[in-house]
Write a protein that binds this ligand. Sequence first.
Ligand code: URA
Length: 217
Amino acid sequence: MNKNVFVVNHPLVAHNLTILRDKNTDCEKFNCALKRISYALFFEGTRFLPTVEASVSTPICDTKSSMINPDIEIIVSPILRAGLAFSDIAQEILPFCHIHHLGMYRNEATLEPIWYYNKMKGKIKNPECTYVFVLDPMLATGNSGYDAVHNFVKQNIPVENIVFISLISAPEGISRLNAAYPGLKIVTSKIDEQLNEKGYIVPGLGDAGDRIFNTVY
Ligand code: URA
């Protein structure tokens, strides 16, 4: 396994993933379980953020501690629509982040992404000091992930500063991103078996967007 792929191995993550996989889990329970896993994924994904030494006075004494470097910019970039499920948690954990939505849907015939939204106000001022979290619960073919990461790499953000956060990843998607972006970090809770002929992850959990937004009728 590539050293830049991080699988969050934790009994509570596994427990909640079982709830998410179950086809009988309703929308409310699904979103609660997803929220719980999101915290674990974000704490793992943000492990790589640069820190600075800080001094703090506790009620007992002065001590040295550390903080996230205040000079960096953090962009959280959910791929619409399923990535939205992660962005509330991201904003809670990283209250100083910028949220940059990327709108893409999948052409069901070609499995290629079709862009419909990508608006950034202004240019990235200091790419070297910008850190990006791309959010997509299902890393399947890696086609939309490839485009999303490219959107930031082409603005000169080092690929080493980019973390792709997914709930479930297919080996095909991981290979695609690893080959295109060797320095990219991928944080996920599980690597599943494969994709089926429709590009769905097996065993997976079905269409994440449908289950998050209750659009299964
Ligand atoms: N997108 C989903 O929502 N589910 C899959 O299995 C693959 C892509």
